[in-house]
Structures are given as structure tokens and as C-alpha cells.
Design a protein around this ligand. Sequence first.
Ligand code: F6P
Length: 323
Amino acid sequence: MMRRIGVLTSGGDGPGMNAAIRAVVRSAVFNDVEVIGIRRGFAGLLDGETVDLGPRTVANLIHRGGTMLGTARSEEMKTAAGLRKAAENLDAFGIEGFIAIGGDGTFRGAQALSELTNVHVVGVPGTIDNDLCGTDVTIGFDTAVNTALEGIDRLRDTAEAHQRLFFVEVMGRTRGFIALSVGVAGGAEDILVPEIRTDLAELSEAIRERLAAGKRASLVVVAEGDDAGRAFEIAEKLGENLVMDYRVCVLGHLQRGGAPSAQDRLLASKLGAGAVRTLVEGRTGVMVGLVNGKVVETPFEQTWSNVKDLDTELLYLMKVLAR
Ligand code: F6P
């Protein structure tokens, strides 16, 4: 019988992390399990920054962006000494089950702790990047896409008014999930993603052809990790070949904040409760995810070593629709 669990959020924050914390706390209490929150991710675990969590401490939280526990990217957790200290602290806090909400970096730390200790460790996928296997979507992705979309709709207004070309950069250091969804939903003319080599000559030719065909405003969505560079660099490289007036807009961290969408709240509620169930039923070393509407468990390692496919048919669809 598990008596006390710890929960933290780590890595880049994402809308819905608070809803996940709330779900963890309330389902744990429902199962007569105590919950300790760890502040500032693994950095807080190393520094011993904890807070007791109960049903009332997570009130008025489901609709808030950010994370009430704070988050960090900890370099120390990547060292053997850091891991040992984290393991000792889990023991000192009397934590028997541990829930880590975050992305692949978070799960690497969680996996290492599950190997080093007897503590049962479960992950909840919280990242706007949607780059984890074992879940159809990650918590935060839907809200980030909707936030970026709002920006893109606004840019389209001004692009049309001035008959300009816009390069809009969205987040996604290694993957193009946000760029692809937002690009198709926003009616972009081109989408540049890290997964597919970008041919700048081809891009400027497509821009020229559209202009010749009478399309005087264009939006090019660029994932920040595109192989041709960041949006400003790409615009600069295209330079004088660009036959039209252009502007660059980097949406950046705007995409990480704000109230979570209904979809993210639902996902976070299901997965937060699912993580507690996994612990209560005695399993460890897995991430809980939602696949085809069902909560499933995937061993940590597979969540980052397997590659989640980008739906490249969507890229084709964008090209058909952007005429
Ligand atoms: O992993 C989430 C993410 O928002 C990425 O899309 C982005 O590349 C990165 O975090 C930015 O990190 P930071 O907030 O540390 O600048």
C-alpha cells in the first residue's frame, strides 16, 4: 500500500500542467495517498524544496497556465552525484511513488531515479512540442497550437492589407508538430519543418509563382528547428530573391502560456488520474499517455527513443489548399 507520493513539473512548462497537478493530488487523496509537491522540478528536488499538497491547495487551478510548482531545466540531474542526491532526498521525504510531469529530458531523469531507487516512478507527458511516443498528443500542445493560430490569423489580416509576405516562427526545436498543425489550420502557403530538408531556391520559386498567379499575401510558417535556420535567417538568406515586401514574426514563448484549452484540461485530468492509478496498482518506469482515447502505459525509454511520425500527408494537403 502506497502512503506518500511526490509530484513535480520539469523542463519547459505547458498549459495544462496545473490541471495535471490537480488531477494527481485529488486522485491520490481519493485513494488515501498523501501528496508532496516538489518545487522547481529536479532543481527543487536537489535543494529539498517541497510543499504539502491537498485538495484545497489545488483549488482554482484547472484553468491556469504555467505550473504552480514552478519548473526548471537541471544540469545537475544529469550527473551521477546529482542523481544520488535526488535519490537520497526522495528517501528523506518518505516518498514511495513519484510522478514527473514533463518531456523527454524529465523522463530521462525519472527513468534514472527508478533504476537507482525502490521508489515507483511514473511520467505524465507535458510539453507543447508533442514529441513523445506513447501518447497521441502531449499536454500543452493543443493550447500552444491555438495560441499560435490566433497570432497567425492576426498576421494574415495585416499581410493581406499590405500585400506582404510573412515568415512566422513557431516553437519546435527538433520537431515540426506545432508548425504543421498551425500551418494547415492557419491556411499557410508554406510550412518548413526540421523533418524535411528545406530547399530555399524551391521556396523562393514557389513565392514567385504565387505572386505571378495573383496571390499577393503569403504566410510561411517556420518551425524554430528547421534545417535552413530560424525565420530571420531564412528571410535573410532568401534576400533579394524575394520579389515582395516581407516581415518576420517570432511567436516564441507566447505559445507556452495562457489558459489551457478544453482538450488540454481533459487530457491532463485523465493522465494525472491515470498516473496515480498506475502507482496505486504497483507499476513503475512508465509514462501514461492517451492513445485512441485510452490511457496506456509506455516504458520511459520508448517515449524518447521511438520516433513519433509527423503526418506528412498534411503537408501535401497544405500545398493543395494553398493555391
Ligand atoms: O520544449 C518546449 C520548448 O518550448 C521548445 O519548443 C523550445 O525550443 C524550448 O522549449 C525553449 O526553451 P526555453 O524556454 O528554455 O527557452
